[in-house]
Structure formats: C-alpha cells, structure tokens
Design a binder for this molecule. Structure first.
Ligand SMILES: [Zn+2]
Length: 139
C-alpha cells in the first residue's frame, strides 16, 4: 500500500523497535511507496511511512530490497557529504563510510534469515542513511 511520507520530526527521532517476520507487510508498503515516487526515492525507512520498525528498503540496479534490523558492523574510509531526505526540507552535512560491512536480516519463506554484506559507494551511503533513520537519527 502506498503510504504518505512522515515529516514529523519528533516521531522520526524515536528509535525503531526490532522488526520481525510479522512485518512483511511493512516491507511491501515501503516498496509500493518507493515505486509511486518515479525512481526519485532510492532508500526509505519504515518510520518514514509511519511504522516504527527497523526496516530499510533500498534500490540497487533497478531492483528493490528490504533489509530488517540493519546495523553497521564495520566502516571504512570515512568522508563527509551532503544528503537530502524526503522527510526533511533541507540538506545536511553528514559523515559516512565509503565502504561498510552491514549485518541485517532478510525475509525468506516467512522467516528472518541473517545476512552480512560489504556495501560500497552510493549503495553504502543510502543504507547508512536508512540505518540512521532506524536509530532515530536525522541528517
Ligand atoms: Zn532520510
């Protein structure tokens, strides 16, 4: 279901609770909402559509993925950049890692399965932005 993007700062500053396999519909809502934004939205966190669950959806090579309970395990090559956010009116300077090992879970056959992957460059940046959202951190 396509949802409205939350811009309530107080809501977005509260950390999300751990997501479970019961939150599959939230992941689908993230996909539906991103698809309604004409490719302008590369990454969306569940609290941005009003669900305070640690789920991030992102786009990579034209494909949408949902990761549950993502966390940065290790970051490499920190740098500063400016990022915008669909929930905020202004861009801000943030510190990101150029490459990062991310731990997360994916939903497979109705169960959450742990995964770990090293992301780089743009994809690493948008996932770090999404993880910040899960922790109630805004750019
Ligand atoms: Zn954002």
């Amino acid at each position: 279901m396509i949802k409205e993007i939350v811009t309530d700062i107080e809501f977005l500053q509260q950390p999300c609770e751990a997501a479970t396999a019961d939150d599959a519909s939230v992941a689908q809502d993230l996909f539906d909402t991103m698809q309604s934004m004409d490719g302008q939205c590369a990454c969306l966190a569940a609290n941005q559509i009003g669900e305070r669950k640690a789920i991030v959806a992102y786009e990579e090579n034209g494909q949408l993925y949902a990761i549950f309970n993502p966390a940065i395990k290790q970051g490499f090559i920190p740098y500063k950049t400016r990022e915008g956010c669909f929930s905020l009116p202004v861009d801000s300077e943030v510190r990101r890692f150029k490459r990062a090992i991310i731990t997360y879970e994916i939903l497979k056959d109705g169960q959450l399965v742990p995964r770990q992957r090293k992301f780089a460059d743009w994809t690493a940046e948008i996932i770090q932005h999404g993880i910040d959202h899960c922790n109630g951190v805004l750019v």
